[in-house]
Design a protein around this ligand. Structure first.
Ligand code: GMT
Length: 379
């Protein structure tokens, strides 16, 4: 197939899923065309089957807000026509699904009926999409997509609950590529972070409000009162400053390292003993899956799709959003005993295997074929 992929080219979960999916499709013999405003962060190598088309946005002085959606729609028309794409797959509804709808209408005037699949990732529904300023457009463009997927059952249900959706939504979970994410030996790094062999807790996110990064610090503070440990905070965003401030107030700065944005996240996970994800909203929790693939058990909140990934008492524990005491107690249970920790690490890895790319890639391929057939039969 010739597949066009539209996504945010940043480090965010939706961009990561889109880019990893595109790379896997290309490795499986499909021709994949990324159409974005800059090179996706993880698209950092050459492959004969991978193409990148940059959407350039006119900076005419009249525009306080350059119309990216129009530039994207025009680029989609151009790429679909001249590369003769079979299908467009847009990740994150806003504004990709409505730009794809516009491109589809324009292409129809050339006699081209391009199938469009939209993948809902989370905040496009749970946060931004629900906002009245976007809701009608999100509803319309979901209903007008030829195929729609969501990354968890919870996100699917949430979409039906908050939008007037007249079509089915298929759940295709986030996935993990074990070629990249596996536990590596990283003794030097471990020694540098935890010279006295302290336990290492880790959190990775974009430090937005929904991630509740201060809960991570509070849980760590309670755990550190009982056992020697270190905390790695990976990523950056608006709430980082508040988390740093809380570290000072709780006097834990010497044991907390803010590492900022990191590419080689698997190296950091490889030295870690426990992953904390206390989010107040999380459609799936790709960051937790990456940790589990590296044998790191997870203490998560019960938000969104997290319980579809983390298995309570097996790959880690699930506690109510904001329940710092429960999270700390469960963390201590896992970390205090070597045998229990080893068992949870093994279980986390086992659970991650259910989301292996090799199971999820064929689901996307089959879905594309189904949607292409449906659109062709209507044309
Ligand atoms: O986590 C974020 O805030 C980034 C966000 C995104 O859209 O880039 O991630 C969302 O999509 C990921 C991939 O499908 C999911 O694993 C994350 O759970 C989801 N984040 C939220 O729902 C908050």
């Amino acid at each position: 197939m010739k597949i066009g992929i539209v996504c945010y080219p940043t480090f965010g979960g939706s961009g990561v899923v889109a880019t990893e999916l595109g790379k896997a499709l290309a490795a499986n013999g499909h021709q994949v065309h990324f159409i974005t405003y800059s090179q996706p962060a993880r698209l950092d190598f050459f492959s004969a089957n991978l193409f990148y088309h940059e959407v350039s946005i006119s900076k005419y002085p009249l525009f306080d807000f350059p119309p990216y959606e129009l530039a994207l729609a025009s680029k989609l028309v151009d790429v679909v026509r001249f590369e003769q794409l079979d299908i467009l797959h847009v990740h994150y509804a806003i504004p990709h699904a409505s730009a794809a709808f516009m491109a589809k209408q324009i292409l129809a005037t050339y006699g081209i009926h391009i199938p469009v699949v939209t993948t809902l990732h989370g905040t496009d529904i749970t946060l931004v999409g629900k906002d009245p300023s976007y809701n009608p457009v999100v509803t319309f463009s979901i209903n007008k997509s030829d195929g729609v997927t969501a990354v968890s059952n919870n996100l699917r249900e949430d979409t039906f609950a908050h939008f007037d959706i007249k079509r089915d939504i298929k759940v295709i979970y986030n996935f993990i590529d074990f070629n990249r994410f596996h536990r590596k030996r990283a003794d030097h790094f471990k020694k540098a972070i935890a010279p006295e062999n302290e336990r290492i807790l880790v959190h990775t996110s974009n430090f937005r409000k929904v991630k509740r990064t201060q809960d991570v610090i509070r849980v760590f503070h309670k755990v550190r009162d009982v056992i020697p440990c270190k905390l790695l905070m990976v990523g950056d965003g608006p709430d980082r400053v508040y988390s740093e401030q809380l570290c000072r107030e709780l006097d834990v700065c010497n044991d907390v390292r803010f590492l900022g944005k990191q590419d080689a996240i698997e190296d950091i996970l490889s030295v870690s003993d426990l992953f904390l994800i206390p989010s107040e909203s999380e459609s799936f929790g790709l960051a937790a899956l990456e940790a589990m693939a590296c044998h790191v058990p997870v203490i998560s909140s019960d938000a969104g799709g997290l319980p579809e990934l983390n298995q309570d008492g097996f790959s880690g524990y699930i506690d109510p959003i904001g329940d710092i005491d429960a999270m700390a107690q469960h963390a201590l249970y896992i970390l205090s005993n070597e045998e229990i920790l080893s068992q949870f690490k093994e279980n986390a890895f086992k659970r991650a295997q259910d989301f292996d790319l090799k199971y999820v890639l064929p689901q996307y391929e089959a879905y594309y074929m189904q949607i292409i057939d449906e659109v062709q039969s209507l044309a």
